[in-house]
Design a protein around this ligand. Structure first.
Ligand code: MIC
Ligand code: SF4
Length: 646
């Protein structure tokens, strides 16, 4: 492989076309794809719409892990569609109950040096075994399955040098929380985080995967660890060592920025409500009453983490003042805990064992009571994501979670008064491959009545005759735009799901965003969304573009738009514009008119776009925007989205 960082080496080995200048687009070949059910149904409908008979990747896997409550027929209808379309198109299918896509992919399929894109923002979990694993919208994953290259901005590489060794009760989660306190969730678009230094060797693959998983919250393209002896050991435990390759940055590799984290001095940390970068020390929270503790998710649902929790709970009981629920990350993890007796320890201690899957992480059950604190080993604490308005979600390590469950108040695990358990690495993992379903060409695709068609946009008009349907502030996440929780089952039903766009901003008795936007659309004008910094953080859900598109939105204007969301807007023909300065944003109010003449020509001519702001009092002001669209992006937008481009 070429010279430089691990990032540069993998890109070089997969280079298709483009530039090696940071920020400029580069197209890379994709070896593997993954999808999950909540985004996957749309992704496979799109795969069908682009006319793909059989996937062209080395490996594609379809997981069912999100929508498993089956309240009503929608979830199971999706599963049956996913199972049959996977078989027909050459995709391995993982049925509900097998595991969370990222955990299972790490166990059974991920390989160092390979590229993976997944229709889920936590796909970078695979960076824990040295793969370049990137989250993307469903349509980009469908295109990769069809054999098309994937475009990313050629990355800036942030080198994170790890030194020392984690001290007892301090965890991999604390490493990523520390990094979030430094880099925050905004301003990192176009970067890849690469770990190096002596401290790397002390972290096992599951710990590395926790770190790369939650790297998604930094807003970077992905995060990656080198591939070394530890990686080989993991692959041996999975009986997959034939896929091992060693990978490390060259000693003279140059990083665009270096951040040093000394593992020796790290202490237990928490992300306080309601952003993953609102970092505080657990010791500063000590004694604060907690009502609920939840352990699991793709960040901390692996064997090592749950074994640690079981060992800490062995012979003890949780506080009567909390509920503790645990959702294992994969069937293999649950089965291993069951066969070595640890599951019995968890149950005896008072834990509620949930189904293997995402569960409460995406608001599928376990919503906290009003005005109570919930402590979670998950990766996101965005306001309302738990299913309770005004929730107070804290994100912590399994170590801190179990200490808190034992006492009923925030507890720095170092204060528990007993030694930190050190789970033994299993010599081998239970292998559940028999429950993975292999493809069978010619399978009849099952389409129950809730399976719709992917909606298409019309070509971009000559002029935007726009109305600002909503103006929002900084750090608007895709959970704000398109809530999940109880609405998650509507993912294959765009007209119904569109009704809850920006639901969290609905004021009782006032028309909802959906009503306002459809009124604008039905009057023949165009909806505009105005955001501030870091618009579209968080998940990869392309519904945050598809549903606004369905409601007639043509432009999203903000100070900055996050990578995956921006790509989704382009894919569905919505123009992502950036304000030239904050004064432009400040001048706008909800309900104002924005006109952009000759938008098609303006996009094609250069990077600047100008428009007119017309206020209710008749006053008019010039507006200036810019864009960072490539030639290909512009062609897609002009055509009204990727599905309209041949
Ligand atoms: C999430 O954690 O927000 C999700 C649910 O996994 C999303 C995908 C989705 O919305 O279906 C993600 O992270 O991309
Ligand atoms: Fe599932 Fe939560 Fe991970 Fe998203 S972050 S994939 S909802 S476990």
């Amino acid at each position: 492989m070429a010279h430089g960082t691990v990032t540069q080496k993998i890109i070089d080995a997969h280079f298709v076309s483009g530039s090696r200048v940071p920020g400029e687009p580069v197209a890379i070949r994709i070896d593997q794809t993954l999808t999950q059910d909540a985004t996957g149904t749309m992704a496979y409908l799109e795969l069908e719409a682009i006319g793909t008979a059989k996937v062209a990747t080395e490996l594609s896997v379809s997981y069912v892990d999100h929508n498993m409550m089956q309240n009503g027929p929608e979830n199971r209808n999706d599963h049956l569609y996913l199972q049959s379309v996977a078989a027909d198109k050459g995709v391995i299918f993982s049925p509900p109950g097998n595991g969370i896509c990222h955990q299972l992919h790490l166990e059974r399929f991920g390989l160092p040096g390979k590229t993976l894109i997944g229709s889920d923002s936590h796909t970078p979990t695979g960076g824990g075994i040295g793969m370049m694993a990137i989250g993307a919208g469903g349509l980009d994953v469908a295109l990769a399955m069809a054999g098309k290259a994937f475009h990313i901005p050629y990355p800036k590489v942030i080198g994170v040098k790890l030194t020392g060794k984690l001290q007892p009760w301090c965890a991999a989660k604390d490493v990523i929380l520390k990094l979030l306190s430094i880099l925050t969730t905004k301003g990192n678009v176009g970067c890849i985080v690469e770990y190096f230094g002596d401290g790397v060797a002390s972290l096992g693959v599951p710990q590395r995967a926790t770190i790369t998983n939650m790297g998604a919250e930094l807003g970077v393209t992905t995060s990656i660890f080198p591939s070394d002896e530890t990686t080989l050991r993991w692959l041996k435990q999975q009986h997959r060592e034939e896929g091992f390759v060693a990978l490390a940055a060259d000693p003279d590799a140059e990083y665009d920025r270096v951040i040093e984290i000394d593992l020796d001095t790290l202490q237990p940390l928490a992300a306080a409500p309601s952003s993953p970068d609102n970092i505080v020390k657990v010791s500063d929270l000590a004694g604060k009453k907690v009502d609920q503790v939840l352990i699991g998710s793709c960040t901390n649902g692996g064997y090592r983490d749950l074994a640690l929790v079981a060992m800490a709970l062995h012979g003890r009981r949780i506080s009567p003042d909390v509920t503790l629920a645990i959702a294992p990350g994969s069937r293999a993890v649950l089965e291993m805990l069951a066969s070595n007796g640890m599951l019995a320890d968890l149950v005896a201690a008072g834990a509620r064992i949930l189904e293997v899957g995402c569960g409460p992480c995406i608001g599928q059950g376990q919503s906290p009571a009003n005005d109570t604190i919930t402590v979670r080993t998950f990766n996101r604490n965005f306001a309302g994501r738990s299913g309770t308005k005004g929730d107070q979600s804290y994100l912590v390590s399994p170590e801190t979670a179990v200490a808190t469950a034992l006492t009923g108040v925030f507890t720095d695990p170092r204060m528990l008064g007993f030694a930190a358990p050190v789970p033994e690495e299993p010599a081998e993992f239970i292998n559940e491959d028999a429950l993975l379903q292999q493809p069978k060409a010619g399978t009849l695709i099952v389409r129950k009545p809730t399976i719709g068609e992917p909606p298409r946009n019309a070509a971009l008009p000559e002029k935007i005759d726009g109305v600002v349907v909503i103006k929002v502030g900084d750090k608007i996440t895709t959970d704000h735009i398109m809530p999940a929780g109880v609405h998650l089952k509507l993912r294959s039903n765009i007209p119904a799901y569109s009704k809850v766009v920006f639901e969290c901003f609905t004021v009782n008795g006032k028309p909802s965003f959906a009503e306002r936007a459809s009124n604008v659309r039905d009057s023949g004008r165009h909806g505009i969304i105005v955001g501030r910094d870091s618009y579209g953080q968080g998940s990869s859900r392309e519904h945050a573009a598809i549903c606004p598109m369905y409601l007639g939105v043509k432009v999203v204007a903000a100070l900055a738009i996050e990578r995956i969301h921006r790509a989704n807007l382009v894919n569905f023909g919505i123009v992502p514009l950036l304000f030239d300065d904050v004064a432009q944003y400040d001048a706008i109010e909800e309900g104002d008119a924005i006109e952009i003449d000759r938008i098609r020509e303006q996009l094609a001519e250069g990077k600047g776009v100008c428009g007119k702001l017309r206020k209710a009092d008749g006053s008019v002001k010039e507006l200036s925007f810019h864009h960072t669209l490539s030639r290909e992006d512009i062609d897609i937008i002009l055509a009204g989205g990727r599905l309209n481009v041949k």
